[in-house]
Ligand binder design. Structure first.
Ligand code: ATP
Ligand code: MG
Length: 615
């Protein structure tokens, strides 16, 4: 019964999954790494130990050339030490390096995947707060690609960056050890560095915009794929497969071009970064070789030195990769932040309280509204969007059932969406039981109202789960009773697995009328104070609709109900009919009164009956 649910309990309270608490820094002028630092730093200890392990691995690696050099000089040439000693040291270094490498790889990849998980959850949590105005505007392919490939590239950077930092450290240590052997030779080794640095800088400058272009082209393709798959029925009906393939091919070409430019850039820069140091290797061999011949350098030292130069190749190779990964991660992070920075156009006020419904009286007073013109926080709204509702007034008493009638596009569904506070008003006020809907929490407001939309949406789960979506702990008996009330039980038991049948994508393996009945069954499981039926039975034939009305009447009793209807049979459920036109109520009375006194009502009915007849 309405009013019984004095303590409000949203569906999400039943979820046991913990939300991600930490979030990125809101100051958008900060660099991308600074902004994400609160998330990354939740793993500070893991990062700390991993870096320690990486340092151990690097040190173990760096000591090898020195040990080999000493072995040659002391054990082979002068014979002052035992060869076994050096072999044992090398073995210990090898084992230490293997263990430490396992440690840092496991630690860093684990951290990177955790950051990926956190970012994805954060993004999803934020999407949950964003209003319909955002989803009306942004293509789902854009959102999907940000949640997938963009998060992926940030994750890759997170795993690699610390390894690169340690590589850099090993570079510095190796230079130190080399200088201990021969300062002139070390100086020769470094001649390539300024060149490598300059090329690296150039690469970085080109890569950032390119990465951005590539990521956004991937998103374009995701949008085409998303629309081709979701719109496959329209595509096939118009035999427009070739057209869709063409759209995809154009997108894929554009992506190919961007990728090619990226690889061309990479291919023309990284060989220099990687191979300039090899010039140094040759020079070192020449100069060092001459020094060894004239006796000022030992053979062991020359071997150590060359091994070091080989070791240095790895950091050089990584510089190119790090630059590319870094630029891509930066572009991706900024695309993710774009969504995270989007303020929710509809937000709970800080002093919002939970609505405690009592009867369900509704009042629209002087409401003005236009789509795409958000009153709060919306930056994208167009200034001259036409008003869908203009100084709209409507009062519905608690327990009353009214029908809203109007031509298509007259704003009937909009009235329902505004009552649910899916959009913010431009003017006026809507209240439920005397509470301005802006003063209560969205979750409590929406749980007090059940909206059965004209286009039912089914999830790809079982029929049972679809019906119990708003009440996940409902028993099979409750679900069955709801399905019976919505006249859905009979067809459900004939499905392959009855209530456990998993419906296809969006329920497209059911008929439109069957989907509507499952969607109506959700209503019978809920206990709202206000019910809105937005053309909810339009695809159900009149005979079955009549039977549904039998159970609906029971449910609607004592609850405030708004039915949006084209059919006379649905209008008959209502105590009062409201005729809407041009964003205003133009007539209000019983069906009979309007029939007798309002020619525009008769016209509208005739027009919509005509529409239905043509079905
Ligand atoms: N998400 C949206 N963004 C922008 N404009 C919208 C949006 N939804 C509806 N509109 C516009 O608002 C107006 C009212 O739409 P609404 O859906 O309320 O009509 P309706 O009376 O429910 O029509 P129908 O009987 O066909 O369902 C229409 O002109 C429509 O083009
Ligand atoms: Mg509508």
């Amino acid at each position: 019964m309405p009013g019984d649910n004095a303590t409000f309990e949203p569906v999400s309270e039943w979820s046991t999954y913990p939300p991600v608490e930490e979030t990125i820094r809101s100051d958008s002028t900060l660099g991308w790494l600074k902004r994400i630092s609160p998330v990354v730093l939740t793993h500070r200890w893991r990062i700390f130990w991993s870096v320690i392990a990486a340092v151990i691995a690097m040190v173990a690696q760096i000591l090898v050339p020195r040990v080999v050099g000493l072995a040659i000089d002391r054990a082979l040439i002068t014979g002052t030490s035992s060869l076994w000693l050096f072999v044992a040291i090398l073995l210990v270094l090898g084992v230490a390096r293997a263990a430490a490498t396992f440690g840092y790889r496991y630690g860093l990849y684990g951290m990177a995947f955790k950051v990926e998980y956190q970012l994805r959850t954060l993004l999803f949590q934020h999407l949950g707060k964003l209003s319909f105005a955002f989803f009306d505007r942004v293509q789902s392919g854009q959102i999907i690609s940000r949640a997938n490939s963009d998060i992926r590239s940030v994750q890759m950077f997170m795993a690699f960056a610390p390894i690169m930092a340690v590589q850099f450290f090993s570079f510095v240590v190796a230079i130190g050890l080399m200088a201990a052997i021969s300062v002139p030779l070390t100086t020769i080794t470094m001649i390539a560095l300024p060149g490598v640095f300059a090329i690296g800088q150039r690469l970085r400058k080109i890569m950032f915009p390119l990465s951005w272009v590539i990521q956004s082209r991937q998103a374009e393709i995701a949008t085409v794929v998303d629309e081709s798959v979701n719109g496959v029925r329209v595509v096939k009906a118009f035999a427009a497969e070739r057209h869709q393939i063409e759209s995809l091919a154009i997108g894929a070409q554009r992506l190919r071009w961007a990728n090619l430019v990226q690889h061309w850039t990479r291919a023309s820069h990284t060989p220099f970064i990687e191979n300039l140091p090899r010039v140094a290797l040759a020079t070192v061999l020449l100069v060092g070789g001459l020094q060894t011949i004239d006796g000022s350098l030992t053979v062991g030292d020359l071997v150590s030195f060359n091994l070091y130069i080989l070791l240095l190749q790895a950091p050089f190779r990584f510089i190119g990769m790090l630059l590319i990964l870094g630029q891509r991660a930066k572009a991706s992070a900024e695309r993710i932040y774009e969504i995270l920075d989007e303020p929710p156009a509809v937000d709970d006020r800080h002093d919002a309280v939970d609505l405690i419904p009592s009867g369900g009286g509704i009042s629209f007073s002087d409401v003005s509204f236009a789509y795409g013109k958000e009153a709060v926080g919306g930056s994208q709204g167009s200034e001259n969007a036409p008003l869908v509702l203009e100084h709209f007034n409507l009062d519905v008493s608690p327990g009353e059932t009214i029908a809203i009638v109007g031509r298509t596009g007259s704003g009937k569904s909009t009235i329902a969406r505004l009552l649910m506070r899916f959009y913010e008003l431009q003017g006026g006020k809507i209240s439920l039981d005397g509470n301005d809907i802006r003063s209560v929490t969205q979750a409590s407001l929406r749980s007090a109202i059940s909206l059965v939309p004209d286009e039912p949406f089914l999830f790809s789960t079982s029929v049972h789960e679809n019906i119990s979506y708003g009440k996940p702990n409902a028993s099979r008996a409750e679900v069955e009773a709801a399905a019976r009330a919505a006249q859905a039980h009979e067809f459900i038991v004939e499905l392959e697995d009855g209530y456990d049948t998993v419906v296809g994508e969006r329920g497209y393996d059911l008929s439109g009328g069957q989907r509507q009945r499952i969607s109506l069954a959700r209503l019978f499981l809920s206990d709202p104070s206000v019910i809105i039926l937005d053309d909810s039975t339009s695809a159900i034939d009149v005979e079955i609709e009549e039977r549904i009305h039998g159970s609906l009447k029971e449910l609607l009793r004592k609850r405030t109900t708004i039915v949006i209807a084209h059919r006379l049979s649905t209008i008959a459920l209502a105590d009062r009919v409201v005729l809407v036109n041009d964003g205003q109520v133009i007539a209000d009375g019983t069906h009979q009164q309007l029939l007798d006194t309002e020619p525009r009502y008769v016209e509208t009915l005739a027009a919509s009956l005509g529409e239905n007849d043509s079905w």
